[in-house]
Design a protein around this ligand. Structure first.
Ligand SMILES: [Fe+2]
Length: 392
């Protein structure tokens, strides 16, 4: 008995010593929140070490986060909580139009042997800082309000200038309409070029809606896109509803034929565009999308007037008839770095205007079931334009 007790003490001491050697994970980047619907959301963050991550949720009821034990949500894979640096926790069963406070946790795990050993736990601060909070979408809301920036191309000062007021303005979500970077070098590049800043300025507390631009198709880091900004479709296209508005997020892919020497034989956009068109055909029949009084499409590369580059011609051929059938009221784009409007019928039969934002302004959009108001605001916060589109 004495010998057994001694071995037990030695075993516990060994595990304790071992656990103490497990690197302590810290938050490296994030969180940011994507895929927010009425009932679900995905909380994303990156840690300095491989770790087991989880999210705790609390209602926005004025109580301390410490008032009681809060429910935990993990990312599970084949029956186990994942141990990773890139954390992606999908939370389901939420209530529409409801604000949830949340806290993220990470625990060091040594899973190199048969029996995983747990290390230290760290978490986001809910003691001296307000907990993060996200509001879910709500079909019954009277309005839909969002802010859009695009073509930032890694310019930190421009991202700050255009989005520093998000926490004060409190939109329903923030849109990145493509080309947030020049080149998808690596995950670290993406963190440094805009993710750190977005998280610091707003993405912890406001849903991020990312529209892929042509520059997000380039570089070895392009394959990180859906890992960092997951969708429920497995492509960069998705759709959701906020108030009277159905938001249809489209992917423009690349602009030249797949065989172009610039792609080195790696391009397969013809097949991808066909896949997206099939998705769009089904999505515009979805009840929540079809029944929306207002429909706004987001596409980084605007349709061109007349015969343009190959990619744009193909997008027009595949998307325009479907967007017309859906009754889209307005498309918002970027890419050209210049403000512009392409009226109805000017791009091979588009029955909706296409508004193009420049690379140094944001668009603040407010839509109800009668009209869509778009304000163009420059980097100094000056209102450059105020446009109203009647909903037909
Ligand atoms: Fe672009």
């Amino acid at each position: 008995m004495k010998r057994f007790f001694l071995s037990l003490v030695m075993a516990v001491a060994a595990v304790t010593l071992y656990a103490a050697e497990i690197p302590v994970p810290k938050i490296q980047c994030g969180p940011w929140v994507v895929g927010v619907s009425e009932t679900e959301m995905t909380v994303m963050w990156i840690t300095t070490e491989r770790s087991m991550g989880w999210v705790e949720l609390a209602p926005d009821d004025g109580t301390s986060f410490y008032a009681e034990e809060r429910p935990r949500y993990y990312e599970d894979y084949l029956g186990r909580h994942t141990v990773t640096k890139l954390h992606k926790v999908r939370i389901k069963g939420l209530q529409a139009g409801t604000t949830y406070r949340y806290r993220i946790y990470q625990q060091g795990i040594d899973d190199s042997g048969h029996n995983p050993v747990s290390g230290q736990i760290t978490a986001s601060n809910v003691y001296s800082q307000k907990p993060y909070a996200i509001r879910t979408m709500n079909q019954s809301a009277k309005e839909c309000r969002f802010t859009m920036v695009n073509d930032i191309h890694g310019r930190d000062s421009m991202l700050i200038a255009l989005t520093k007021s998000v926490k004060k303005d409190k939109p329903d979500f923030v849109v990145f309409n493509g080309d947030m970077v020049d080149f998808m070098g690596s995950q670290k590049d993406i963190e440094d070029k805009f993710l750190h800043r977005a998280s610091e300025l707003f993405a912890t507390d406001f849903p991020l809606v990312y529209v892929r631009g042509n520059h997000e198709t380039r570089g070895p880091g392009f394959s990180e896109y859906l890992n960092l900004f997951p969708t429920d479709t497995g492509t960069a296209c998705f759709a959701f509803r906020q108030g009277p508005v159905a938001v249809i997020v489209l992917d423009s892919g690349e602009d030249k034929p797949d065989s172009d020497l610039e792609y080195g034989g790696t391009a397969a956009y013809d097949a991808y565009r066909e896949q997206l068109a099939q998705w769009l055909k089904q999505t515009i029949q979805r009840e929540d999308i079809k029944s929306a009084p207002v429909k706004i499409a987001l596409l980084h590369v605007p349709f061109e007037k007349g015969k343009g580059w190959y990619g744009s011609n193909e997008l027009k051929r595949l998307f325009v008839p479907l967007l017309n059938e859906a009754g889209v009221d307005l498309m918002l784009s970027g890419h050209t770095h210049n403000y512009g409007i392409r009226e109805k019928g000017t791009c091979d039969g588009n029955q909706f205007p296409i508004l193009v934002n420049d690379n140094n302004s944001r668009m603040d959009v407010v839509a109800n079931d009668k009209e869509i108001q778009v304000k163009v605001i420059d980097a100094l916060g000056k209102e450059l334009r105020n446009l109203t589109f009647k909903v037909e």
